[in-house]
Design a protein around this ligand. Sequence first.
Ligand SMILES: [Zn+2]
Length: 227
Amino acid sequence: MTKNILSVYPHPDDETFVSAGTLIQHIEDGYNVTLIIATLGQMGRRMGNPFFANRETLPKIREKELQSAAKVIGINDLRLWKMQDKTLQFRDLNLLADWVLDVIKEVHPEIIYTFYPGYGVHPDHDTLSAATVHAVSHLDAGSRPEIRGHAFGGKGWKSFRKPDIEIDVSDVIDKKMDAVRAHSSQSELITKKMDELIKENPEKKEEILDRFIRERYWLYRFDDDSK
Ligand SMILES: [Zn+2]
């Protein structure tokens, strides 16, 4: 039986910036990864550098970039909901949860990657992760997949606990950076600068890539969890 992982993110590139290395490692370990991306990132502030996108072409471009990144990572089950960026918080949370639950019941993931509700900074991040947690809460305590949420800010962030899991992805960092590069409309500014720095200081490659090498997760615990 195949072992499955589910990733649930609102924007094309969330999957790569948050968890590309982890997902690559899972896939190398024989897991199948299903990726839900709820929106097309239509409201992304970056349009490429120099600009190669505009408000009208951006969604198509970002969809293509996502498909390329997914290919690099090794994801062959991509679920694009094509919702409007920055609107998830105005949708019915139960409906979003039902959609996530349908996919959970279909693929039976061992682990779910998403943002950590309340600490995802962007309302889309917090809404979709809350819907994901809500979906999982419908399952019996003993049969719930582990939820690994990524947190990076928000109210009470300074006093939030340290990550429960920190994954070193240096063994797959080149592949991860290829996925980052695939999201070129959003990442070109960053990758160009980094590539120049690495070229000038090859011995500092690990230091320069530090923020990409460690992927951090916080486990979501339900009140009735026995673990
Ligand atoms: Zn995002």
